[in-house]
Design a protein around this ligand. Structure first.
Ligand SMILES: C[S@@+](CC[C@H](N)C(=O)[O-])C[C@H]1O[C@@H](n2cnc3c(N)ncnc32)[C@H](O)[C@@H]1O
Length: 106
């Protein structure tokens, strides 16, 4: 948030994550926006997926909403399962993933 305060040496050392993360919102006019009311920014989910899995792993989101975890997983070469009991969430994920995913209705 204050790039002028971070020297190249400090940036190279990195920083341990804390339990409060700063991230921009999903832009209301950007390409990422799906229209699902509780959509999270894909950058946030990318960070979680990258930190906790390796390429080829499976990741699972039981409360997937618009499928942001799936989008992050796909971008990082993980396989994914997204679950939601809200029909508009399923429709949003169908638009997001098209025929690159399989869909099951129970
Ligand atoms: C905060 S939203 C998830 C947003 C998601 N991370 C995204 O980026 O779009 C939580 C989701 O959990 C779903 N949900 C709540 N209770 C559920 C349940 N018992 N079974 C399945 N899905 C559920 C809701 O329909 C909602 O879409």
């Amino acid at each position: 948030m204050a790039p002028g305060l971070v020297t190249p040496e400090k940036a190279a050392r990195g920083k341990l994550p804390t339990d409060v993360w700063w991230h921009t919102i999903v832009s209301p006019t950007g390409r990422e926006k799906t229209g699902y009311p509780t959509q999270k920014p894909v950058g946030l989910l990318r960070r979680m997926v990258a930190a906790s899995s390796a390429p080829g792993d499976w990741v699972l989101d039981f409360f997937a909403g618009s499928g942001t975890l799936g989008a992050a997983a796909r971008a990082l070469d993980r396989r994914f399962v997204c679950v939601d009991d809200n029909p508009p969430a399923i429709e949003t994920m169908r638009r997001r993933f098209g025929d690159t995913a399989h869909y099951l209705s129970l």
